[in-house]
Design a protein around this ligand. Structure first.
Ligand code: GRF
Length: 197
């Protein structure tokens, strides 16, 4: 099964997928990593493991006088050229158009650091931590979900609750969430690849 991973930054979740594939735990191959930023450290992680990469930045597309819609079209072409069975958004920070989402529909999944229906959009960890400090919550979580046009709203594939503990710094919480992500994302990918995608 062919996996394409889209990233924007550090790529620690990409690394978890690379490790899962190399260990034989994920029944597939990462055929391409596509980044929305040329500075993403995840690109180096991919190259270190012999995985082909592409960079497509929104700024670059706009410099050519093109629009955000054109970005989505170009990205869709790049992804499609790799004939993926599964497309994983692993820390991909741009919101994709409904057309992009429709083009890949059930093959497109996203990782989000919050529980289903709880905290949507960017900075979900910071927002959970602020509410914890205000005494309004004692947990948050992680989910992997199918992608629909509404941000962070698609049907969950796997999710896991993460407790916030007394005395936690924001960094403690981030670390705990990332550790859960690194287990949950490979598990969700394996689950989907083993089902009849
Ligand atoms: C993760 O926390 C993910 O949930 C969020 O962006 C972060 C990406 O981290 N969407 P990394 O680039 O995989 O290290």
């Amino acid at each position: 099964k062919r996996i394409v991973v889209l990233i924007s930054g550090n790529g620690s979740n990409l690394q978890a997928l690379i490790d899962g594939v190399e260990a034989g735990n994920i029944p597939g191959k990462i055929v391409r990593v596509i980044s929305s930023s040329e500075k993403a450290y995840g690109l180096e992680r991919a190259r270190n493991h012999g995985i082909a990469t592409d960079v497509l930045t929104l700024a670059g597309v706009k410099r050519q006088g093109l629009s955000r819609d054109d970005y989505n079209l170009k990205l869709a072409d790049l992804v499609r050229a790799n004939e993926p069975d599964l497309v994983v958004l692993a820390g991909f920070m741009l919101i994709l158009s409904p057309e992009f989402v429709d083009a890949f529909s059930r093959k497109l999944i996203n990782l989000h650091p919050a529980l289903p229906g709880d905290i949507e959009g960017a900075h979900a960890i910071d927002r959970a931590y602020e509410e914890f400090l205000a005494g309004k919550r004692d947990h948050t979580g992680v989910m992997v979900h199918h992608v629909v046009a509404q941000v962070d709203r698609g049907e969950p594939i796997l999710s896991e609750k993460v407790m916030i503990q007394k005395g936690d710094t924001l960094e403690d919480l981030e670390n705990r969430i990332h550790a859960v992500e690194h287990l949950l994302l490979p598990k969700a990918v394996t689950k989907l690849l083993e089902s009849n995608l």
